[in-house]
Every structure is written in C-alpha cells, then in structure tokens.
Design a protein around this ligand. Structure first.
Ligand code: TXA
Ligand code: MG
Length: 348
C-alpha cells in the first residue's frame, strides 16, 4: 500500500482531503471511539456498493449510518419516538447505535432491504469533523475484511484493506475498542441486537429493555449476528473459566497431542488479567492486569491480531466477567472462537 494514503486525522487538511475523496464517491477509513470505520457518502449508492466489495461483505448485512447531529439522525428515520430522544440525549455522541424505521432518504442498499436503519453519532473528534465537513451522513461498517477481527488502529486497516481503500485517516488507537451497542427500539422499548460499548445496565436506567430474541430466530432482525465473526485465522478456543483451573486438562491434552503428532503444539493464551509461566505456553497476552473491563475492551482486538501473527497452532481465550462491557467482550470472544469451548471441543 502506498504510504501517501495514510493521513494524520488530527490535521484539518487531512479531513478536507478525506471529504474530497468522499465527494468523488471514494471510500475511506476513519477512526471512531469504538473501532475504525470504512466510510462512504451514505447517499451515494455506487460508493456504498464499493464498501461491500472492499470488505467482501454479504449484501444481506446492513450498514450503520453515522451522523454529526440529532437533527440529521431524525431525517433518516420515519419518526423519532420519545425513548430515542432520551437515549440520544444521554449517550450521543458515543457507542450507541439506534435502529428505527427508515425514512425515504435512506437507500435500500444501506439497509440491505430492511425497513429499519441503524444510526449513530461517533464520539471521536476526527469522525465528527469528517461528517460535519462532508455535510452528509456517512455509511460505515468496521474497516476489516468480513468475518475477521475488527481494526482498532490505522495499521490494522492497512493490513486488511490497504489496497481497496482510497484513504486512511490515522487517529491512533481506539479508546473503547469494541463496537457500538446496537439497540432496536419498538414501542418505546429497547432490544439489544449486539452488545457493545454502552452496557445494558446503563441503557436500562433510561428506557425499559426487552430480553434479546434467540439469535437463531432473530437473524432476519439482526443480520450481522453470525456464529463465527471477529475471528483470527488461527484456531481459537474459549476456556470455560480461568486458565489456572484448566492447567491439568491442558497438560493432558498437550501430552496426548505430542504422542500422536510427535511435534509440539504452539499455544498462545489470551488472558483476562493474569500472566502465567506455563512452559507449554508460547506467549500470554494480558487484556488488563488490573482487571478493568474497559481497559480489556480497548486491548481486545489488537491482542487477538497480535496472537494471530505469531504463527501459533492454537489460541486459548479466557472468559471475562459477564457484566457491563464484559458482555460485549464475551460476545466477541465467543464468535472469534466460532463457538468452540474447551471441554466441549477437542483442543487440538
Ligand atoms: O462501533 C460501531 O458500530 C462500528 C463503527 C465503525 O461505528 N461499526 C460497526 O459496523 O461495527 P458493522 O457493520 O461492523 O456492524 C454493524 C452491525 C451489524 O451486525 C449489522 O447487521 C447491524 O449492525 N445492523 C445494521 N443495520 C441494522 C438494522 N437496520 N437492523 C438490525 N441490525 C442492523
Ligand atoms: Mg464489523
């Protein structure tokens, strides 16, 4: 990829350049507080098509539209219920995406033919300035190849989409590190379609939440919920609990493997907070030594990408506590492991 494609997101001239590319129907990568987005002018169908092509994203998976004002969001929905207004007041700009019936302004390409559209206002200076300077909403999925681990730095984007993207705005690492919470609103009640940066506990203080529908039956409602997603190329297996409780089983599985294959298995651990000195582990990536779930979220995707580059045979991932933003992390870990859980699945 040519280095001239990457521009410092903090400079006004970089934003201006990105706007020119978007006006000409180009696609650009830009930082948000969650992950990097791959953006196009949401009102330009040809440009929106290029996003799907660049990511190799199936057409059935709709895009989030990014806005810089509540007024702009309201032009994209056919109506804005009171509950949505309350949520926008409380959480925008920020990692909350609201799904509501779409207005005629929004193309079926963006929504994959759904009658609803997902909208959010990002809380990142560069993203915000970009949308404002363009004067139109930006449709943007995460800027990774479809199904692969999401990008939380400009270099992640360059690795995945360097050739396919017209310009990359480099705004450094993403502060939140997991995607926005996707919340569908019906009759002033919310349903979380994807856990994310704003936890359910915070949403519940503003509007009542319905229990999320069973994923298998909800798929038409939330087309992006696939069993395998965010996944490294390396085989990844989720542990049922802390690695320390799993060591005897791990040692036995390794012995059995070596007897069978007569080569050592290269294993890396994605640990929540503790580093281990186990000689059978090639490497340990710790998400947060102090056990802070927000720090763990911010480190998650770069740690998975780092492990994926180490030529390992297996990545073991420890679960994180199932509360707050931990639910979003667990969701990503389960999908990155493609549902494989140690104990239910052979390790190797
Ligand atoms: O934090 C984020 O949300 C990032 C940044 C770039 O804003 N974007 C992101 O986009 O994660 P993407 O495309 O990777 O994920 C969007 C999710 C998908 O699961 C998609 O199926 C769902 O939102 N979605 C989009 N429109 C929808 C709709 N109308 N109804 C239900 N789900 C929708
Ligand atoms: Mg994505």
């Amino acid at each position: 990829m040519s280095p001239q494609k990457v521009f410092d997101a903090s400079l006004p001239q970089s934003i201006q350049r990105a706007v020119e590319v978007l006006r000409q129907g180009g696609i650009i990568a830009f930082p948000t507080e969650t992950v990097y987005g791959l953006g196009a002018d949401a009102m330009n169908d040809k440009a929106v098509c290029r996003i799907f092509e660049a990511k190799k994203r199936p057409e059935f998976d709709p895009l989030i539209v990014h806005v810089a004002s509540v007024q702009e969001a309201e032009t994209l929905w056919s109506q804005t219920p009171e509950s949505a207004t309350l949520l926008m007041k409380r959480f925008w700009p920020g990692p909350l995406t609201l799904v509501l019936p779409k207005s005629s302004r929004v193309s079926d390409l963006v929504t994959s033919g759904l009658p609803t559209v997902a909208v959010r206002m990002p809380k990142h200076e560069a993203a915000f300035s970009l949308i404002k300077a363009l004067g139109r909403p930006i449709a943007a999925p995460s800027a990774n190849l479809f199904g692969y681990t999401s990008p939380t730095s400009a270099s992640h984007v360059a690795e995945d989409l360097g050739e396919a993207v017209d310009l990359i705005l480099d705004g450094g690492p993403c502060a939140v590190g997991v995607e926005s919470t996707v919340l569908k609103i019906e009759k002033n009640e919310g349903t979380i379609l994807r856990p994310g940066g704003i936890p359910a506990e915070a949403l519940e203080k503003v509007i009542p939440l319905k229990k999320a529908p069973d994923e298998k039956t909800a798929r038409p409602e939330s087309p992006g919920l696939l069993d395998t997603h965010y996944a490294p190329w390396t085989r990844m297996v989720l542990l049922p609990g802390a690695f320390s409780d799993f060591i005897p089983e791990f040692d036995a599985a390794l012995k059995e493997y070596q007897a069978r294959k007569s080569t050592p298995l290269r294993v890396g651990l994605l640990s929540f907070r503790q580093s281990f000195e186990n000689p059978a582990l090639e490497t340990v990536q710790v998400l947060s030594a102090k056990g802070d779930l927000y720090e763990a979220a911010a480190n998650l995707f770069q740690a998975i990408r780092k492990l994926d580059k180490m030529n390992l045979d297996l990545i073991l991932a420890e679960p994180v506590p199932e509360k707050g933003i931990g639910l979003a992390i667990l969701d990503r870990l389960r999908r990155a492991a493609g549902g494989k859980i140690a104990g239910k699945e052979p390790l190797c």
